[in-house]
Design a protein around this ligand. Structure first.
Ligand code: FES
Length: 307
């Protein structure tokens, strides 16, 4: 698998977001990026990430297999995740899942024969107050019941792109992976603002009604919208900048630098590649299909063991 020029350009852009000696931090978005091209993280995707970051394939594979959002086998255009964790299950999540499984003829982490829809059980999707919930490519459908969920899936099968409860009209999993890699979501309504919904505030309301409070917490503290929170954060940052102490005199800074040089951090024996020069070399090698020592990097099983 040779990744497209667009993916290579985006990979450079992602790596450039991190300090040269912290390039391995780019691994999570890079895994989303390779997933945006292939629909899953293939052995070739693991190899690409390893090459451009100067890591070995075992290191990349360890991360890719830890997080459930990185798929290890081809996944449908639409990933339907039904929460069957405790709260959603109590509210009917399993019935939603069973209805979809029967309709699609697939089970957990299986994809329909036309490659369109993958179904999965999900653990808590962090929207218990709207349970039972399901997501399609990580966009939420709140308070779903079997027939409503079935309607969404049937619309997808008919080629439609239903509107989730919040956010923009659905996109494909590959399109979503580009956004998860940190690139702007251009869909209308994709970036919304607004305060929390009533179900999210229910506990607070009950606490108010019953006079329950946490020591030191004022229940009348306003809950800000995103715009208000951003404004407050910008003001706080400006204030902190204004109050920052003047830089230390030159000789004190030189002494500090000398101390730091004499006491390198212990134990972080990173593999080669965290330096900017090595990154560039690795990226070039990835483009030409060779690795840093000129060897063929192919490793079809993606285990990190070089042939
Ligand atoms: S249990 Fe389903 S979102 Fe939390």
């Amino acid at each position: 698998m040779s990744f497209s020029e667009t993916t290579r350009v985006r990979a450079r852009e992602i790596i450039a977001r991190y300090p040269a000696d912290r390039s391995r931090s780019a691994l999570l978005p890079l895994l989303h990026l390779v997933q945006s091209e292939e629909g899953y993280v293939s052995p070739a995707g693991v190899e690409f990430c390893a090459e451009v970051l100067g890591l070995n394939k075992a290191q990349v594979g360890a991360v890719a297999t830890f997080y459930t959002m990185y798929k290890r086998k081809p996944t449908g255009d639409y990933l339907v995740s039904v929460c069957t964790n405790t709260m959603c299950d109590m509210l009917g999540g399993q019935a939603v899942y069973d209805t979809l499984a029967e309709h699609l003829g697939v089970g957990h982490e299986e994809t329909t024969a036309d490659g369109k829809i993958t179904l999965e059980h999900a653990e808590c999707l962090a929207a218990c107050d709207y349970g039972p919930v399901m997501t399609v490519n990580y966009d939420f459908f709140d308070n779903v019941e079997p027939q409503g969920a079935l309607g969404v899936v049937q619309e997808l099968q008919a080629g439609g792109r239903p509107m989730p409860t919040r956010g923009a009209r659905l996109c494909t999993l590959k399109e979503m992976a580009v956004q998860l890699a940190g690139f702007a979501d251009e869909r209308d309504g994709a970036v919304a603002d607004g305060g929390p919904g009533e179900p999210s505030l229910r506990g607070l309301r009950l606490a108010e009604q019953h006079g329950i409070s946490v020591p030191g917490f004022d229940p009348r503290t306003p809950i800000r919208s995103k715009a208000e929170a951003d404004r407050a954060a910008a003001e706080a940052k400006a204030k902190a900048e204004a109050e920052k102490p003047a830089p230390a005199p030159r000789d004190a800074r030189a002494a500090e630098a000398a101390g730091a040089a004499a006491n390198p951090p212990a134990g972080d024996r990173k593999p080669a590649g965290d330096a900017a020069g090595a990154q560039e070399r690795n990226l070039k090698d990835a483009e030409t299909g060779t690795d840093a020592d000129g060897a063929d990097p192919a490793d079809a099983n993606g285990t990190g063991v070089r042939k």
